[in-house]
Design a protein around this ligand. Structure first.
Ligand code: SAM
Length: 279
């Protein structure tokens, strides 16, 4: 059932054809970023034996990678989409992972004890939340003192392409407006530091990794973009408009001076070991 905390990512509303496309895109994104992410997790303190939580785990691509590092520790991947969790169960089996549990849980009703996890991870998740502060307060509660919280997310102002097709500019505006109308936030990257800080996290570290077409190729970068696909089943016109914008944008692959780049926000923070006494 949808309510004001459903947020802006509603996989269960997508028609079958779009579900396949979206899962393929999420897998491509997981593969593309995995080495960068692993380095960030390990630098933040993720290690063997830990108990970890992957929030909004989707199809579980990254949950499996966290599980490989924490083994023989355990990971719980949670998501409020039944369809996503079904896929995550398949992915877990196909990768032979046995220290990962998958549960249907909404971040606004995190039913875990206080001080339970050593490491909590949330990837491309905060951009879809209607109440990010409520979510992060829940996360803080279930994290052990000294535990680590790690977020990966986007900020639309950190995407740029030259030359920029007019159709893409319009599409980006439409997608951001839909996302906002559903309670999400396409500009969440710049706000993560303040969310961490307000929730009480310390040692907050924000890193923005810039991914460019001169390093990875324009086609690889474009293949990571959604062009609004999570909303096509709800907004038929958007799907039609996006086809045009996609065509215009992909045609840049043959334009010698074309260039694109985007920044990915990676934020980590720790729950203090002892309760700080504020005077
Ligand atoms: C863009 S997908 C990212 C999935 C995965 N983290 C990845 O990077 O491939 C966002 C996920 O968050 C889940 N989600 C959104 N709001 C949620 C909530 N309130 N509680 C639990 N899961 C939620 C969605 O169902 C979806 O699977």
């Amino acid at each position: 059932m949808m309510n004001n905390t459903t947020g802006s990512y509603r996989f269960d509303t997508l028609h079958k054809e779009y579900r396949h496309q979206e899962l393929d895109r999420l897998e491509r994104k997981a593969d593309f970023f995995i080495e960068l992410e692993k380095a960030k997790w390990v630098k933040a303190g993720l290690k063997s034996g830990m108990k970890a939580l992957d929030l909004g785990c989707g199809a579980g691509f990254t949950s499996c990678e966290i599980a490989k590092i924490t083994y023989p520790g355990t990971v719980i991947g949670v998501d409020f989409s039944e369809a996503m969790l079904e896929k995550a169960i398949e992915v877990k089996k196909s990768k032979g992972i046995n220290n990962l549990d998958l549960e249907l849980v909404d971040v606004y009703h995190l039913n875990f004890p206080d001080n339970y996890f050593d490491f909590i991870h949330a990837r491309f998740f905060f951009q879809h939340l209607t109440n990010p502060m409520v979510a992060i307060e829940n996360i803080y509660r279930v994290l052990k003192p000294g535990g680590i919280f790690c977020v990966f997310d986007i900020d639309n102002d950190w995407f740029t392409i030259y030359p920029k097709p007019e159709s893409l500019t319009k599409l980006a505006r439409k997608i951001a407006a839909i996302q906002q109308s559903q309670g999400g936030d396409a500009y969440v990257g710049r706000k993560l530091w303040s969310y961490f800080s307000k929730a009480g996290f310390i040692k907050i570290d924000t890193q923005v990794e810039v991914i460019t077409s001169d390093k990875f190729g324009l086609k690889t970068i474009l293949n990571l973009l959604s062009f609004g696909s999570p909303y096509y089943s709800q907004y038929k016109d958007l799907a039609i408009f996006a086809e045009r914008a996609k065509k215009d944008t992909y045609s840049l692959i043959n334009v010698a001076e074309a260039w694109a780049g985007f920044g990915i926000f990676m934020v980590t923070g720790c729950k203090p070991d002892e309760v700080l006494i504020r005077i």
